[in-house]
Structure formats: C-alpha cells, structure tokens
Ligand binder design. Structure first.
Ligand code: CAA
Length: 254
C-alpha cells in the first residue's frame, strides 16, 4: 500500500494515513486504499477496536484540492459519493474506531474523524471545515455528522466561518472527547483501545448499532429498539460469562 500503513501495537491495530508531502490530503487514490483496508478488516472480524491517525504534522488536511480543482460537476459528485461510501463503511464497521487527531484535521480530514466512534486530539491539532473559503461546502459528511454530533447552532459556526479551532476549543464544542500532549496521544489511544478490547465483542457491537440506529429514530422508537437489543444479549455465552464473573468475583474472559 502506498498511502496507508497498518501496525499492531500491543495487539491493537493502528491505521496511519501516510501522504505527508500533501499533509495526508485525501485524493481518490488514498480513499480507495483506505476502502481496501476497511473491506479486509470487515472480512477478517479480527479487531474489536481500531485506531486511525495521520503521519507527520497533519491528521488529514482535507480532500485533495489539487485534484478537486480539475473536477467538473460529475467528477465532484463521484468524489463525494466515494468519500461517503468509504466513511459509511468506517462508521458502520464491526469494530470501534478511535481517531487520534495528531495535527491538522480539516475539511475531509475532520469528516474522517467524525465518521469514527471516538476522537482524541493532541494539543497541536487544529480542526475545522474550511470548505467555504474554497467556494465549496463539506462533501464527505461534515454538514450532516457535525450537526448531529454538536447540534445545528454549533455546527453552523464551524461550517459558515470556515475557521480553524484549537483542540481545546474543539473539546468544548464536543467535537473531540479528550485532548492530550502530543507525546501522550498514542499512549492514551492505546489505553482506551485496551479497555474497549477487554469487553465483550457482541455487547460492543450491539451497543454501537443501538446508538447509531437510535439517531435515526424518535426517542420513543429508540427506547423500543434498546429494549430489543438489550434483551437479545440474554442467554448468550458473553453475558453468561460477564454476569457470572461478577457474581464469582473474578475478571470475565471475553
Ligand atoms: N489538498 C492538497 N494539498 C494540500 C492540502 C489539501 N487539502 N493541504 C495541504 N496540502 C499541501 C500543500 O499544497 C503543500 O504542498 P507543496 O509543498 O507542494 O506546496 C503541502 O501540503 C504543505 O502544506 P502547506 O505548505 O500549506 O503547510 P502549512 O503548514 O503552511 O499550512 C494548512 C497547513 C493550514 C493545513 C494548509 O496546508 C491548508 O490550508 N491546507 C488546506 C486545508 C483545506 O482547505 N482543507 C479542506 C479541503 S476541501 C475538502 O476537504 C472538501 C470535502 O469536504 C470533501
């Protein structure tokens, strides 16, 4: 692979976008490689949790502006559809994804982080949706996922101003979960990943699906969905082990 590196640390997979000469900007080639990696992960079902980060001083500085500058409307539509397809695969994947936002996370780069389940950022990170400064709007999910995550009013400030925000500001908006010193980001990501990894896979995936599908329902429909998903876990090996281990005062083996 030219643009994606995969590395196992303490049994946890880290996917690194590696195109530092262009601050890891997402061209169609980079997106297709990422899609290949995501497809092979979903086939193997090997990982409960995956970290995603960028090489060098950027997480991802956006969609590739050099390629986009040559696009007509049809090519732009196909590019947006490609980004959506890849990020939806990530969002709906059978593992928990954690974005480690190590640096610039702009436009398509923020949209990649937004498709992950959890975001940790370094104090060096700068985040934003600068598309309006290019005469564009976010095209890889920013108008939809950011508004769902932080609300319409806050997302409007990000989209309409096109400004870059510090990691601490992003945390205060609820765009990132935690902020760490650059040297601690990977360590903290691995700590969280290890914690998730120690939990039951079926419970994790059921929780993820319930949270994600709940967003498309009314509260009352979401609560009915939760009843179904909660009860579906009873009688399963995993919940027998989890509750049994608690009662026997030992650690569960998932
Ligand atoms: N696309 C293509 N190339 C990019 C890029 C991008 N999004 N971002 C940075 N680069 C390239 C630069 O052109 C430069 O290449 P050269 O060395 O060949 O000139 C190299 O990466 C390093 O960048 P800078 O010299 O600009 O680095 P800097 O530290 O001075 O500035 C920055 C960093 C503020 C992030 C600046 O690079 C920048 O503003 N980048 C563009 C950010 C942006 O607008 N992103 C949104 C893209 S649109 C989008 O994503 C649409 C969508 O939703 C689908």
């Amino acid at each position: 692979m030219k643009y994606i590196k995969q590395e196992l640390t303490e049994g946890i997979l880290t996917i690194t976008i590696q195109r530092p000469e262009a601050l890891n900007a997402l061209s169609a080639e980079v997106l297709r490689e990422l899609e290949e990696v995501l497809d092979s992960l979903s086939k193997s079902s090997e990982h409960k949790v995956v970290l995603i980060t960028g090489d060098g001083k950027a997480f991802v500085a956006g969609a590739d502006i050099a390629s986009m500058s040559t696009y007509n409307e049809k090519a732009a539509l196909e590019f947006s559809q490609l980004g959506h397809r890849v990020f939806e695969k990530l969002e709906n994947a059978d593992y928990i994804s954690i974005a480690l936002v190590n640096g610039f996370s702009l436009g398509g780069g923020l949209e990649l982080a937004l498709a992950c389940d959890i975001r940790y950022a370094s104090t060096k990170a700068k985040l934003g949706l600068p598309e309006v400064s290019l005469g564009l709007i976010p095209g890889f999910g920013g108008t939809q996922r950011l508004a769902r995550l932080i609300g319409v009013g806050a997302a409007s400030e990000w989209v309409y101003s096109g400004e870059m925000f510090t990691a601490e500001q992003a945390k205060s908006f609820g765009v990132v979960n935690q902020v760490y010193e650059p040297e601690d980001l990977l360590k903290e990501g691995l700590r969280l990943a290890a914690s998730i990894n120690s939990r039951g896979r079926l419970a994790l995936m059921t929780a993820k699906k319930t949270i994600r599908s709940g967003l498309n329902h009314t509260l009352s429909e979401g609560l009915r969905l939760e009843e179904q998903k909660f009860s579906s876990l009873f009688g399963k090996d995993e919940s027998k082990e989890g509750m049994g281990a608690f009662l026997e005062k030992r650690k569960p083996q998932f």
